[in-house]
Design a protein around this ligand. Structure first.
Ligand code: UGA
Length: 434
């Protein structure tokens, strides 16, 4: 059993803290946000992630998982301190390091014994060293020592618990082999591959991995757009490409482009890091641009099919950036719905989980319905933006009968075009033959 403190109860901090507790460690999750900590202490998990509530509350009731705003006390009570605070995108596109630096300062002020400080937040290369300097400069007890380790997070929203409990790999960056070994041992129960490297390389691995995945998505989306013009089918193209083990079949799902809290932010941040280092990362800039343009593929198809959008009633199915999350950050719906309204359409939406979160971000004249079938009623077209199970299993006959015109524009390639045709829909997806 190790004594761990996790600073930051956002997505990464809460999931990692819960998983560390689940395998028998005593974990204190802390945050400066009193409201969040009060909710957690009242048994309310502030984010939607399948399985998290059950696992967190069980570990809490068994005394292994604690929540507090007393960040200093939590640091003093642990020998491993994880920094898992946010690194949001600043106005310039760089990662905003404010929260990481204030966590490092706090750690320095409360360094009462030797501790291993582990960075889990996604941070620019060189942050580990910066953390070291800030901790050193703020040390209250000059005799205390510490190590800095980088241990980036690779979990995906919606499948975060299983990603964490059965992680593909643990990347551990440190210049002290002993500290690296201790963090490696912490990961032993997760039955994962451990890769030890230096601090800077570990920090770079996180950005390079996310950027590479984003590149795969933009690449297949570009191929999809060409497929439409030359009469090929992107699903077969992706399948055929993916059969080459050097390419792999994953992350070749064409659609309306990537969203979420990670790929958009990390691609911008790496482009910035590259610029700063004097390298013009043209490839990455194109990946970002391709992704931005991809959002409009759905709009173009709608406009062409309906001959303009003014006065048309459109059902938008799915608002979250992907299924099984209520996360609306960089969700395509946030670009597409305001654009639909701007062009004069009336918008009715359905999302099984993210509707509440969306309400705070979308214009007031958007309607939120209880099901896909209700959202589709009376509409000129349905647009699928998130492949929720509730959308994949909607009653197609009911949807068709209730719609004014049976037109579906599917931004996620969720249905078989032949099946849709049999159901009497005019069905368009991305990069596939109608
Ligand atoms: C991503 C990475 O997959 C995680 O490994 C990483 O830890 C995380 O970012 C992070 O940096 O914290 P996440 O953003 O939760 O995870 O979601 P993904 O499943 O990767 O999907 C990202 C976006 O890409 C979604 O909008 C999804 O719809 C889109 N996507 C994904 C595609 O358009 N096509 C694909 O083939 C795959």
């Amino acid at each position: 059993m190790r004594k761990i403190t996790v600073i930051g109860t956002g997505y990464v901090g809460l999931v990692s803290g819960t998983c560390f507790a689940e395998v028998g460690n005593r974990v204190i999750c802390c945050d400066v946000d009193q409201r969040k900590i009060d909710l957690l202490n009242d048994g309310v998990i502030p984010i939607y992630e399948p399985g998290l509530e059950e696992m967190a509350l069980r570990n809490k009731s068994e005394g292994r998982l604690l929540f507090t705003t007393e960040v200093g006390e939590a640091i003093e009570a642990s020998d491993i301190v994880y920094i898992a605070v946010g690194t949001p995108m600043s106005e310039t596109g760089e990662a905003d390091m404010r929260y990481v630096m204030s966590a490092a300062k706090k750690i320095g002020e409360h360094l009462n014994d030797h501790k291993i400080i582990v960075n889990k937040s996604t941070v620019p290369v060189g942050t580990g060293e910066l953390v070291r300097e800030v901790v050193q400069a703020n040390k209250k007890y000059p005799w205390t020592s510490f190590d800095v380790v980088s241990n980036p997070e690779f979990l995906r929203e919606g499948t975060a618990l299983s990603d964490c409990m059965n992680m593909d790999r643990a990347i551990i960056g440190s210049d002290n082999p002993e500290a690296a070994e201790q963090i490696a041992q912490l990961h032993a129960p997760f039955n994962t591959r451990i890769f030890k490297t230096d601090l800077e390389s570990a920090e770079m691995i996180k950005y390079a991995a996310n950027t590479f995945l984003a590149t795969k998505i933009s690449f297949i989306n570009a191929i999809a757009n060409i497929c439409e013009k030359v009469g090929a089918d992107v699903e077969d193209v992706a399948k055929g490409m993916g059969m080459d083990s050097r390419i792999g079949e994953k992350f070749l799902q064409a659609g309306i482009g990537y969203g979420g809290s990670c790929f958009p932010k990390d691609t911008y941040a790496l482009a910035h890091i590259a610029d700063k280092s004097g390298y013009d990362f043209e490839l990455l800039k194109s990946v970002i641009k391709t992704n931005q343009r991809q959002r409009y593929v759905v709009m173009d198809k709608l406009r062409e099919t309906l001959g303009g959008l003014a006065g048309k009633q459109i059902a938008v199915l799915g608002l979250a950036f992907k299924p099984n999350t209520d996360d609306m950050r960089e969700a395509p719906s946030l670009t597409i719905i305001p654009e639909l309204l701007k062009q004069g359409a009336v918008v009715r939406t359905f999302d099984p989980i993210a509707a509440e979160a969306a309400r705070k971000l979308l214009p007031a004249d958007v309607a939120y319905m209880e099901s896909a079938e209700l959202a589709a009623a009376g509409c000129d077209a349905c647009v699928i933006l998130t492949e929720w199970n509730e959308v994949l299993t909607m009653d197609l006959a009911k949807v068709r009968d209730r719609m004014k015109q049976p037109i579906i524009i599917d931004g996620r390639n969720s249905f078989d075009p032949k099946v849709m045709e049999q159901h009497g829909f005019v069905y368009y997806s991305v990069g596939r033959r109608p």
